[in-house]
Design a binder for this molecule. Structure first.
Ligand SMILES: NC(=O)c1ccc[n+]([C@@H]2O[C@H](COP(=O)([O-])OP(=O)(O)OC[C@H]3O[C@@H](n4cnc5c(N)ncnc54)[C@H](O)[C@@H]3O)[C@@H](O)[C@H]2O)c1
Length: 283
């Protein structure tokens, strides 16, 4: 148990799974009070039962303005302030080739992946301005830094989220509010199964299944894990980083450092999904 976030209050969206869940555990262990906004109510209820008084869950669809406003209001009511807003909720978004993409899927994807992040800024900023401090962190992606790491709409939204971290930093610096984005590489989480509608438990199994495959993706020869991103979020939320703002920080085991020889046959997501489905259905 550390004290790097002692007396700080953090909001984490998408905190019932994967990177967000890992960040909840680390932030609580470092003394923060944490509110999670997510759509997975059953998981939020389980976490409320086990994580103690410094934790609170608020059912939130980040693409809905009223929900995000309610999330921030809930946090201020419960814990009195918002020191860190971690805009982390996300999913793979709509897939397909450019000329096939369904526009309802496009709107839903942009709603969660870009509007959801923007709303986090919109409602955290007034609270942080009153306090005279705050740290806003958003989860972008290596897919927003380089082409070829994700679907079209996902990648475009993540690039926008990364850039928003910079434009917001310019506006917010004078209020002592910092704004940064983290770009994870291949992190073993249920996100890779989000399009498969497998249910939460099978999606967790799929994350484990991905680990040896993701290990081949980058120079550091292991899969990324949620704690890798949580540690960067901890740094950005803590007073260790009070001179760090407007930055887009890749936490990717070196994936974006350059192209590795032999990378082309490292991970075929379609094959991996089919392989998982065949073992899952037969078990
Ligand atoms: N896992 C990776 O390799 C990777 C790489 C780059 C970026 N990311 C980003 O990291 C973030 C976290 O993803 P993860 O890998 O932990 O996946 P995950 O599926 O484990 O977690 C995503 C969480 O977001 C929640 N969520 C989805 N839509 C929501 C909505 N409309 N409102 C509120 N909550 C919602 C989900 O319920 C889930 O709890 C995402 O923004 C994702 O795009 C992940």
């Amino acid at each position: 148990m550390g004290e790097r976030l002692k007396d700080k209050v953090a909001v984490i969206t998408g905190g019932t799974s994967g990177i967000g869940r890992g960040t909840v555990d680390l932030f609580l262990a470092e003394g923060a009070k944490v509110v999670v906004g997510d759509v997975q109510e059953h998981r939020g209820e389980e976490m409320t039962l086990t994580l103690g008084d410094n934790f609170s869950y608020c059912q939130t669809d980040v693409s809905q303005e009223a929900d995000v406003k309610n999330l921030v209001d809930h946090t201020v009511e419960k814990f009195g302030r918002v020191d860190c807003m971690f805009n982390n909720a996300g999913f793979g978004g709509v897939g397909g080739q450019l000329d096939e993409i369904d526009m309802d899927g496009f709107d839903t994807s942009v709603g969660v992946l870009l509007k959801g992040v923007f709303l986090g800024y919109k409602y955290a900023v007034p609270v942080m301005k009153k306090q005279g401090s705050g740290s806003i962190i958003s989860t972008a992606s290596v897919a927003g830094l380089q082409a070829g790491f994700g679907p079209q709409v996902y990648s475009a939204c993540k690039a926008a989220v990364a850039h928003l971290a910079k434009t917001a930093a310019l506006e917010l610096g004078e209020f002592n509010i910092r704004s940064n984005a983290i770009c994870p590489g291949g992190i073993a989480t249920p996100i890779f199964a989000s399009a498969l509608e497998l249910g939460a438990n099978a999606a967790d199994e799929f994350a484990e299944f991905m680990k040896p495959r993701l290990a081949k993706l980058q120079p550091v020869a292991r899969s990324g894990v949620p704690n890798d991103i949580a540690e960067m979020a901890l740094f950005l939320a803590s007073d260790a980083s009070t001179f760090v703002t407007g930055q887009i920080i890749a936490v990717d085991g070196g994936l974006t450092a350059g192209r590795m020889r032999g990378l082309s046959d490292a991970v075929n997501f379609e094959e991996t999904i089919n392989e998982f489905l065949s073992t899952h259905q037969s078990s």
